[in-house]
Design a protein around this ligand. Sequence first.
Ligand SMILES: CC(C)(COP(=O)(O)OP(=O)(O)OC[C@H]1O[C@@H](n2cnc3c(N)ncnc32)[C@H](O)[C@@H]1OP(=O)(O)O)[C@@H](O)C(=O)NCCC(=O)NCCS
Length: 168
Amino acid sequence: MKLVPPSAIYEASYQQYIKELGDEERYPFPMDFDHADFEALIQKLINFAKGKNLPEGFVPSSTLWLVDETEIVGVTNIRHYLNDRITHCGGHIGLGIRPKYRGKGYGKRLMELSIQWLQEMKAGTIHIHCHKDNPASANTIKACGGLLDSEIEADGKIVQRYLVKPGD
Ligand SMILES: CC(C)(COP(=O)(O)OP(=O)(O)OC[C@H]1O[C@@H](n2cnc3c(N)ncnc32)[C@H](O)[C@@H]1OP(=O)(O)O)[C@@H](O)C(=O)NCCC(=O)NCCS
């Protein structure tokens, strides 16, 4: 199992992953990007990491895939730094695991690797947010050392804000 940048060699697995998600809300947000033209999707993800052509209010972010051989097991999106908007709601990390691989420890592994990636970038305190009604996500954050800092309301839902401090 390793974390890799998006690459065309995983196209078949990516298409199956999206199919398997069906109508469920997709995490992280780049999973909503159009993927019919796969090379264009890869280029868009590279641009996001470089901070090129970003939508208003977005910071540069790296999308990385957790893979096992040729299979994409999960996807993380790591924001390189925070602005006011995502300090309030959004945080540094968004991730998801392909449905058939859930509940086997891969979410925890992907979160650990995402935290490690930010720590190597010397990101300082890492902010990780999730909806209170998503216990799988909250438990994944807690299992990776996240400590509940506060709760806010956003779009009619309670958002829990966790922190991982340097040295924790
Ligand atoms: C949230 C998600 C990434 C967790 O990944 P996962 O591979 O299923 O989780 P893991 O097997 O690594 O388990 C991590 C922790 O969560 C707990 N957990 C997993 N599924 C759970 C569930 N359905 N309900 C409650 N806790 C759960 C595990 O027990 C474990 O905690 P522990 O180490 O204290 O025992 C995955 O469920 C997912 O992709 N969900 C849809 C997308 C999403 O909600 N993303 C987060 C948005 S911020």
